[in-house]
Every structure is written in structure tokens, then in C-alpha cells.
Design a protein around this ligand. Sequence first.
Ligand SMILES: [Zn+2]
Length: 61
Amino acid sequence: MIFRKKKEVLDPYSIEQCTSCNKTNKRQFKEGDFIFKTMEKCTSCGSGQIIISKIFGELIK
Ligand SMILES: [Zn+2]
């Protein structure tokens, strides 16, 4: 390619949230992640279910 733009790297993150205590955890996006995907049980409150509430990317400079 002749007109090569400087590439901006997108570093994707997933936000996990407990449906019971609303505890959130930000972690690196993993292959297969999607919004509302159910994860493991919440270790904080012990009864809630962790779901992925948000996926976003961050620019690295
Ligand atoms: Zn919880």
C-alpha cells in the first residue's frame, strides 16, 4: 500500500458486572466475548451472576 496511515491500535476491554450486587470488573477482551454473555457466579456476593455488560476499545498511543 502506498498511502499507509499510521495504525491506531485498539485495545479492547470487557466490563463484567454482577446482576445482583452490581460489582463491575474491567478486563481484557477475550475471544468469544459478547454483551450479556453469562460468566461465572459472583465471588463477591456469592449469589449473583456475572454477565458482560459492556465491550469497548481503547486507543493506545
Ligand atoms: Zn455479586
